[in-house]
Design a binder for this molecule. Structure first.
Ligand code: ADP
Ligand code: MG
Length: 224
């Protein structure tokens, strides 16, 4: 089953505004969370019944912001030469804890070292969101592989998993803002990734088979 990833232009302007707001909200949120954790420590034994609830809701808000901008500051996007292999190596390190918890083997195949022109942090955010989805969709004992290749024009990143796959209906909704099938999902990950990839003049294309797995193929222009 295939899907060519192409969504409306409108999301771009909306995304810019949302990302700026998210960026501003993040700092006060971190401060509030810190103080609440301190309160929890000090009130040990006579814990307020509301405190765990407040903290878990704060965690939720934080997850939403993380999908959006842990690595991408939208207005500070730079145009630099980015070694894609190095970014993938970084992602594998950052997602090691998640894959361990999920019991999923995370591998990378990086025999080439192509570069693109763009913002390193944004590229990392984009590939990270897609890889995170792959890990989350894969049952214990499964495998997620990031493969990097290139030709004279394009850098190709293929993120494949042996996960549960998506039906045509699910594939059609992928990339839609707030679409999620997860209890603690934000439905932001793919939308954000797709926006970043488009800003880099790239494309993303999905192939998926129910109960077999999914491949996300990302194409980005090779740096001149
Ligand atoms: P979230 O991960 O917060 O749910 P995303 O936008 O990252 O939001 O993903 C949206 C949905 O797309 C997921 O909830 C999941 O159902 C589906 N999805 C994305 N990637 C995969 C994948 N590799 N395998 C199966 N389902 C996927
Ligand atoms: Mg996600």
């Amino acid at each position: 089953m295939k899907l060519e990833f192409a969504r409306s232009e409108k999301l771009n302007a909306l995304g810019e505004i949302a990302a700026s707001i998210a960026h501003e909200i993040r700092n006060p949120l971190t401060v509030v969370k810190g103080f609440l954790q301190l309160m929890k420590e000090r009130n040990k034994g006579q814990d307020s019944q509301y405190l765990p609830l407040v903290l878990s809701e704060l965690d939720r808000a934080e997850r939403i912001l993380n999908e959006y901008l842990s690595y991408a500051k939208p207005h500070l996007a730079s145009m630099e030469r980015v070694n894609v292999a190095a970014v993938i190596e970084n992602i594998v390190v950052l997602l090691e804890p998640l894959s361990l918890i999920q019991g999923v083997q995370l591998d990378s195949r990086l025999s080439v070292k192509p570069a693109i022109t763009g913002d390193r942090n944004q590229l990392q955010q984009a590939l990270m969101n897609v890889t995170k989805n792959a890990i989350e969709a894969t049952p214990r004992g499964g495998k997620v592989t990031l493969q990097l290749t290139n030709d004279e024009e394009w850098v190709n990143v293929k993120i494949s998993d042996t996960g549960r796959g998506m039906s045509k209906e699910h594939l059609d909704r992928l990339g839609t803002l707030f679409y999620s099938t997860k209890d603690k999902g934000t439905g932001l990950g793919t939308t954000v990734s797709w926006q970043i990839i488009r800003n880099l003049n790239g494309t993303i294309y999905y192939e998926s088979k129910l109960n077999v797995g999914t491949e996300a193929m990302i194409k980005l222009p090779l740096a001149k």
